[in-house]
Design a protein around this ligand. Structure first.
Ligand SMILES: [Zn+2]
Length: 338
């Protein structure tokens, strides 16, 4: 696989350090220099007008990548490669995973955009408070035809979706594990294109094996069966659409808060079901679907069972610690205190 975004201590950096210390020494030796001896004075003498001193890393930083988005290409490998690399299509992804091994083992995965750069894969999108998530996500395109073109006008559950071969899924899982580790991506920020663009996109489709990713590779979000059973039995969905919309929004979906089962809300429910309830993804809310959503909110968003959301007002995606913007109000006052 291609490059990783880790920060190597390169030979050029070491030689830079040696060079900069030499220059600093020469400045020290100049008579009458008003600039105090040190690194800044060395910078002015460098060819480009300045040079960077990157010897001191700040501890207060993290990856810009918050979300991992999976897609299917809806095209075979050769067409996918052309579209994802040629400029006229204006679309790309960080990685492209073929549907089968090309030259035997190991499985070849194409890296088309470095992880440090923005790939154009998600389009108009939203997840957990972030809009236009190309800037804050990694995109993986998986070669899979989706469904036959003649099924385009059929309801989602009547379309003939294509399977993902196990060897391809194994390669996808290993790639995902590496990306997740590099950027510390949280389980409920690992999503499909349909999750972040409900109604507009359906990939990676209802046959994408999210459950297998979770059970076999510990990747992504999945509800605990016991919790689903609890909600289904003791706090089951009563038809309250406004509360359901608030829950979907709280989990991360861009959901209207109208109280109406409108078309946009059905699209969100269908996207949720394709991800978490692949036996039924018709966009109709029911007890089973909402129990899964409740269990996910408890596990990943920290909603306690004792405080059902039915008594809480709808809020935008809150609130979890990892999403709070840091640094805006913690700069110490020059007069002491904060
Ligand atoms: Zn997509």
């Amino acid at each position: 696989m291609g490059s990783t975004p880790s920060k190597p201590m390169s030979r050029s950096r070491r030689s830079f350090l040696q060079r900069s210390s030499l220059i600093s020494f020469s400045v020290l030796a100049l008579p009458g220099c008003v600039v105090s001896a040190g690194y800044n004075s060395a910078n002015a003498r460098h060819d480009g007008g300045y040079q960077l001193d990157d010897r001191m890393d700040s501890a207060s930083q993290d990856s810009r990548v918050r979300t991992l988005v999976l897609h299917y290409t809806a095209r075979p490998l050769d067409t996918s490669l052309e579209m994802l690399t040629q400029g006229q299509y204006q679309v790309s992804a960080h990685y492209l995973v073929p549907d089968q091994a090309i030259n035997g083992d190991p499985f070849t995965i194409y890296q088309l955009v470095p992880e440090t750069r923005r790939a154009w894969h998600a389009g108009v999108s939203y997840w957990q408070g972030d809009r236009m998530i190309n800037a804050s996500s990694i995109g993986i395109e998986i070669v899979n035809l989706g469904f036959p073109p003649e099924d385009e006008s059929l309801p989602l559950m009547q379309r003939r979706w294509y399977n993902y071969p196990p060897a391809q899924m194994h390669a996808v899982a290993r790639l995902m594990a590496d990306i997740i580790a590099r950027h510390d991506i949280k389980p409920h920020k690992i999503v499909g294109h349909a999750d972040v663009a409900p109604g507009r996109k359906f990939d990676p489709g209802p046959l994408f094996p999210w459950h297998i990713l979770f059970t076999q590779y510990q990747i992504g979000a999945w509800p605990d069966a016991e919790a689903v059973q609890h909600y289904q039995t003791h706090q089951s969905f009563s038809g309250d659409i406004r509360t359901l919309q608030a829950k979907l929004l709280a989990y991360g979906y861009d959901t209207p808060q109208s109280g109406l089962l409108d078309e946009a809300t059905r699209h969100v429910i269908a996207a949720f079901q394709m991800h978490f309830r692949p036996a039924k993804y018709d966009g109709e809310p029911d007890v089973g679907t909402v129990a899964i959503l409740d269990a996910l909110l408890e596990k990943y968003v920290g909603r306690p069972r004792s405080q059902p959301m039915d008594r809480q007002p709808a809020t935008h995606f809150p609130s979890t610690i990892d999403h709070q913007e840091k640094g805006s109000d913690i700069w110490p006052s020059p007069h002491g205190g904060r």
